[in-house]
Design a protein around this ligand. Sequence first.
Ligand code: TYM
Length: 342
Amino acid sequence: MTESQFTPRVFSGIKPSGNLHLGNYLGALKRFVDMQGPEFETIYCMVDLHAITVWQDPEKLREKTREVCAGFIAAGLDAEKSILFNQSQVAEHTQLAWIFNCVARMGWMQRMTQWKDKAGKNSQNASLGLFAYPSLMAADILIYHATHVPVGEDQKQHLELTRDIAAKFNHDYGVDFFPQTEPVIDGPAPRVMNLRDGTRKMSSSDASDMTRINMIDDSDTIAKKIRKAKTDPDALPSEVDGLEDRPEARNLVNIYAALSDQTAEQVLAEMGGKQFGEFKPMLADLAVSKLSPISSEMARLMGEEAEIDQILARGAEKARAIAAPILQQTYEIVGMVGAGKS
Ligand code: TYM
């Protein structure tokens, strides 16, 4: 089966653990909004079942799930144009994940860098769910036969594994049932770095809040974090080559480019020669002007809990309408009695 035989369909997800931050926004959410349109059917998910692969306080998880939903909508996703829901409301994800647990190999999972990073030296004590995480992620995508998945750069390996699982399933059962999904990792900031250490990724799990910009930060906090971001003493170069070995400078230029819908080349053509003392306030103004309307809309929506829950319930219903027949066909292919007509 060629890819053109599948409906052009986008799926992506964000874990409702920790705060939504600038990395999530530039690497994922902003690009979810860009892909919402006539070209694709778009499905975006708060992956609460992935969140609990590490401990989550139940009340906090509920709050964060609603907060991510508020972030989706505040950033420009429209529940009439995209399907928005939380993963646990569509049981087909976990049902397909079980099948994929029986397709994926232990060695594939052991190679995942996120498993190695997160389980660390204490892997015997990590949850089984954390190990099987990528298999549920493949199920999230393939239960919709999604053809395109916009993500940040850190998810690349998981998407390669998704393709391997689809290929092995198709091969083992002699079918052309699951598509080879295309990762969509683009834009100037597929990997937003930590503001205090340009060699590490911006993350909600870093102990210091000064390392990241949260989507709910107020204008003063955003400006302060940018002012205090680590830099080097040199002026900005006029060309991208000049950013080599300057990870912090490169990160701020990429953030500027992504927020202003330009390339890093375009930013440097204009900013080359400026010192950080001049560039940082410009970046802070830009970040505040782009992010504060989103954070105030998020805060407003967070007060509308019933509305958020209704959006998620309606989204889940629409998602299930796509997922259920694909699960039934999968069961039929695998040989489960009671599935389909055979
Ligand atoms: P999560 O929740 O860690 O991150 C959500 C999205 O944000 C991107 N991202 C970043 N992009 C650029 N720079 C950063 N510093 C940065 N930090 C995070 C991530 O790449 C991601 O796109 N496993 C996924 C969630 C998931 C998923 C899926 C994604 C579950 N099922 C199916 C796509 C399709 C994750 O933990 O993302």
